[in-house]
Design a protein around this ligand. Structure first.
Ligand code: CMP
Length: 137
């Protein structure tokens, strides 16, 4: 069993499709082990996306991720990291395969509906960033 971190981003929360996105996870063998709705500060977003700090889109990304509430979740299941990324689709919704979350709900490469950890190692770090052990059930 693996765990991975998922974020439903401000664009998807504003569109009122939290339930539709969660259904994709639950219908495809992933279980929600932890979940909360929060509003990040720009500083929180900068810390979370620190690996991207030299990228030209970093400042805009941090502004965007702190522009409205997000839903953060720990998803659990077999090959959860890979499974979640398959369900999300490509970062750029224009390149995302039909039927993926980003193809169906994302607005743009920045406002791309969801985030998912890209490796098991990063999943552990990202889960610890948002959740205390007692919140993961
Ligand atoms: P995410 O999977 O959360 O990881 C980093 C985020 O940076 C990514 O999704 C996008 O929202 C954003 N991102 C990646 N590439 C670009 C880009 N070229 N322009 C703007 N935002 C980007």
């Amino acid at each position: 069993m693996e765990q991975t971190l998922s974020i439903i981003k401000p664009d998807a929360v504003a569109k009122n499709v939290i339930g539709k996105i969660i259904d994709r996870f639950e219908s495809n063998g992933l279980r929600i082990a932890a979940m909360k709705k929060i509003k990040l500060t720009k500083e929180d977003a900068a810390k979370f996306y620190e690996v991207h700090k030299e990228r030209p889109f970093f400042n805009d990304l941090c502004e965007y991720m702190s522009s409205g509430p997000v839903v953060v979740m720990v998803l659990e299941g077999e090959n959860a990291v890979k499974k979640n990324r398959e369900l999300m689709g490509a970062t750029n919704p224009k390149e995302a395969a039909p039927g993926t979350i980003r193809a169906d709900f994302a607005e743009s490469i920045e406002a791309n509906a969801v985030h998912g950890s890209d490796s098991l190692e990063n999943a552990k770090k990202e889960i610890t960033f948002f959740f205390a052990g007692r919140e993961i059930l």
